[in-house]
Write a protein that binds this ligand. Structure first.
Ligand code: AMP
Length: 117
């Protein structure tokens, strides 16, 4: 699948859809998930156009990759999260519904089993 610039996170990056910005730097933007699955549920997205984790690691520069994952850590620190889970879904069978690479930061309670099943 190639990148579709009409996806909702691309629109957030362009300012066409509102989001409550919790963190932003040159590489990443973080905002709350609109349908939280835990008391803390924040999404971190790269600024570049990558449809999923695979595309991000394959095509992004080392600076973008390092900058993005350091931003994820900064967001977790800013949230004061001592214990948290990172999730990224790659592909629809894995649960990916928005095709702009993103990492979910989940926490704020004792989380269940990995797949919640
Ligand atoms: P995934 O299913 O892994 O692709 O995650 C996409 C996430 O984006 C879901 O948890 C949605 O609740 C969330 N989401 C969709 N639209 C918005 C939006 N406009 N603002 C914030 N989160 C959103």
């Amino acid at each position: 699948m190639s990148y579709d610039s009409n996806n909702v996170f691309a629109k957030i990056l362009r300012g066409e859809i509102p989001a409550r910005k919790l963190y932003e730097d040159a590489f990443a933007l973080a905002f709350p998930d609109v349908a939280p699955s835990a008391p803390t549920h924040v999404l971190v997205i790269p600024k570049g156009a990558y449809e999923n984790y695979d595309a991000f690691v394959a095509r992004a520069s080392d600076a973008e990759i390092t900058g993005f994952f350091k931003a994820v850590r900064s967001v977790a620190q800013q949230l004061g999260a001592q214990h948290y889970r990172l999730i990224t879904n790659k592909g629809e069978d894995a649960g990916q519904s928005v095709h702009h690479f993103h990492v979910h930061i989940l926490g704020g309670k004792t989380l269940g089993t990995l797949l919640g099943e």
